[in-house]
Design a protein around this ligand. Structure first.
Ligand code: E4P
Length: 221
């Protein structure tokens, strides 16, 4: 499973790019607004940091405007993926953009049927939102299992991006199910490194090594 970062924060993206294990970026209007900077220049800056798919979301609600915006975004940089909402208008726009060879990501997916519609429209990616399902008190991960089964059954090329991740456990579960990608907030990516036994083990090895280097071979031996 590939790892993407779910962020529009340039410092966060630069930091994770340095690890060499994050291969794409997803943004959404809320994440862009949080940074308070120009949309196009932020997206282009991200494209220069991570060499992989960078999702940029359309804001219009009419099919014609989504197509126009999608065509424009995709002209900015070859790695840009046009993110469109799960709706009749979004699916219509996806079909047309896919026919043009433009990469698309259907966002706000909350059911297997929505994922099926997106795959039939030729979407490159779909983003089911796990955390937001769980925020409503329902179990979230089973939607990833359902979509994986359907996509494998009919050999759809559409890739599943498990999104709205709230914990490292969500990442493990997505990987076990066979999600193609997980898009993960910076904080959760950092948590993935951590284990108390790793930290205490590193400390112990370092202390033991230092005690060995301070050992002096007695004279005359
Ligand atoms: C994915 O593409 C979305 O940007 C994101 O995962 C939404 O997550 P949230 O529910 O934490 O806002």
């Amino acid at each position: 499973m590939k790892l993407f970062i779910d962020s529009a924060n340039i410092d966060e993206i630069k930091e994770v790019a340095g690890w060499g294990v994050v291969s794409g970026v997803t943004t959404n209007p809320s994440l862009i607004a949080k940074e308070g900077k120009d949309f196009k220049s932020t997206i282009l800056q991200i494209c220069r940091i991570i060499e992989g798919p960078v999702s940029a979301e359309v804001l219009s609600l009419r099919t014609e405007d989504m197509i126009k915006d999608g065509r424009e975004y995709s002209s900015w940089h070859p790695n840009i993926v046009v993110k469109l909402p799960m709706s009749e208008q979004g699916i219509k726009a996806t079909k047309i953009l896919s026919n043009d060879g433009i990469k698309t990501n259907i966002t706000l997916v909350f059911s297997a049927n929505q994922a099926l519609l997106a795959a039939l429209a030729g979407a490159t990616f779909i983003s089911p939102f796990i955390g937001r399902i769980e925020d409503t008190g329902h179990e979230g991960m089973s939607i990833i299992e359902e979509i994986r089964t359907i996509f494998d059954h009919y050999v759809f090329d559409t890739q599943i991006i498990t999104a709205s991740i709230r914990s490292p456990q969500h990442v493990t579960m997505a990987a076990k199910i066979g999600s193609d990608i997980s898009t993960i907030p910076h904080k959760i990516l950092k948590q993935m490194f951590k284990h108390p036994l790793t930290e205490s083990g590193i400390k112990q090895f370092s202390e033991d090594w230092q005690s060995l280097s301070s050992y002096k071979v007695p004279q005359g031996v």
